[in-house]
Design a protein around this ligand. Structure first.
Ligand code: 2HG
Ligand code: ZN
Length: 467
């Protein structure tokens, strides 16, 4: 725990009211959506300027205090959890959009800008910020960059990384780096900007970001298609990708759908029960595109890959179809799920899922397993729901045993143990299934360059050396 005199010095760096130590704030700011680790920060500090962030980092170096960056705290890996007396640096007060250039189609954001605020700003200016996910109403730009957030439009627009044109970061020594400065072309050696994207705040804190915007999509149209088995989803993806530029291709199982329908506020897509569902989206730029989509749907039905389907005819229908997929994570969160977020290259998905599913059903015959995810980019979310009679600790212990077999399959398929949720604390012991010892050694060496005293988010991505 950080002692009182040291905290008093911190208070001189920012207005005293912006250092919080009351139990409710420590609880709220010390955790993320994982809720696996009891939060235990010493304090929460809310800087207003990048100079204050520098001062905080220098203070932390002087006193050997660990800092945990905190955005919207919607992460699912424990990367923003302060469980060991750290000081949380929360970016809520650095929440302004401070620049926009219509010619460059770029926007300059402070790290605490909420994703939806950025999306709305882009829309007001006739443009589009395409990285989107269920938590966009509370996630922040700094956290999106720290986790290289992905979501539901990756198949068309890529991850957050694709949209970061420039970054200002404060490193672990308090130095300010201005990286890439919004340039499209810049062939001047190592692109340090990329190192900070997805680094989970372990190399530096993002204090400003220049993000690119896109032209807004026109007449987005969604289809939900029911398939007789999982293996039919991939030929459906190929069939549609051959005809249309998809903006999304998601899937979910009948179990997932049952949970959504049980909420009572989302209409069923159609009556025919199907074991799996694909949700795809495209821009219906003209009638021809919509006709092509319908013709492809008919071909999929003839081939026996699709049993039933529906296409949105209005904004409301589009939104309702998306709810079937977007509400899943929140809806099943009440069952304390054990989550896996794994990926392989798209071509390997069917064989990969079959093997994982076999292991999971063999070892968890009594648990409900809910599959969904961004199948168009090879990312599967595997959620195992806690039966009511088991307590949380016993449930997670059983899941951890099976993890090893799941990750051995991931390794064999050269996949990732964390496709988009990050490593944080939850996946750090499994990192070696996706990254070689040589790679991990390089990662640690990079950490030592930017954060020689181990001040920034220690214990995330890999265990600190002294543990
Ligand atoms: C999603 O795709 C999120 O809905 C959450 O990445 C995934 O709940 C999950 O496992
Ligand atoms: Zn996801």
């Amino acid at each position: 725990m950080t002692d009182t005199a040291v905290l008093a010095e911190l208070m001189t760096l920012v207005a005293p009211a912006k250092v919080l130590t009351d139990p409710a704030s420590l609880q709220a700011y010390g955790t993320d959506w994982t809720r696996h680790y009891p939060p235990a920060p010493s304090a929460v500090v809310l800087p207003r300027t990048l100079e204050q962030v520098q001062a905080i980092v220098r203070w932390a170096n002087r006193h050997q205090v660990a800092l945990v960056p905190s955005g919207g705290r919607t992460g699912l890996s424990g990367a923003a959890v302060a469980a060991h007396g750290e000081v949380v640096v929360a970016f809520d007060l650095m929440n302004q959009i401070i620049g926009f250039d219509a010619v460059d189609r770029s926007v300059v954001c402070q790290p605490g800008v909420i994703t939806r605020q950025l999306q709305a700003f882009a829309e007001e200016n006739g443009l589009y910020y395409p990285v989107d996910f269920a938590s966009s109403g509370s996630s922040q730009v700094g956290g999106n960059i720290g986790t290289n957030a992905g979501g539901i439009k990756v198949i068309r627009y890529g991850m957050t990384r694709n949209w970061v044109a420039g970054l200002k970061v404060v490193t672990g020594t308090g130095e300010l780096l201005e990286l890439n400065k919004g340039l499209v072309k810049n062939a001047t050696g190592y692109d340090l900007r990329q190192l900070f994207i997805g680094a989970e705040g372990t190399l530096g804190f993002v204090v400003e970001a220049t993000l690119r915007l896109e032209r807004a999509p026109r007449n987005l149209t969604a289809m939900v298609l029911g398939t007789p088995d999982f293996d039919s989803i991939m030929p459906v993806l190929h069939a549609f990708q051959g005809q249309l530029d998809l903006t999304a291709f998601e899937f979910f199982s009948d179990k997932g759908l049952a949970h959504i329908l049980a909420r009572g506020d989302v209409p069923a897509p159609f009556e025919t029960p199907c074991p799996f569902y694909a949700l795809l989206e495209f821009e219906a730029l003209n009638d021809e595109v919509a006709e092509q989509a319908l013709a492809t749907f008919e071909r999929c039905v003839e081939q026996g890959w699709v049993l039933d389907g529906v296409m949105s005819q209005s904004e409301t229908q589009l939104r309702n179809l998306w709810k079937l997929r977007e509400y899943l994570s929140e809806t099943i969160s009440h069952f304390t799920p054990y989550k896996n977020d794994i990926s392989v290259t798209v071509a390997k998905v069917p064989a990969f899922l079959r093997e994982i599913d076999a292991v999971v059903s063999q070892h968890y015959p009594d648990f409900e397993v809910v599959w969904y995810g961004h199948i168009g980019d090879g990312n599967l979310h595997l959620n195992i729901l806690k039966p009511a009679h088991l307590d949380k600790a016993a449930f997670f212990a059983r899941c951890a045993t099976v993890n090893q077999w799941v990750f051995e399959i991931v390794e064999r398929y050269q996949g990732s143990i964390s496709a988009e949720h990050g490593v944080g604390m939850i996946k750090r012991d499994y990192l070696h299934y996706s990254r070689s010892p040589a790679e991990i050694a390089c990662m640690k060496a990079i950490k030592a360059v930017f954060d020689p005293n181990g001040i920034l988010n220690p214990g995330k991505i890999f265990a600190p050396d002294h543990q």
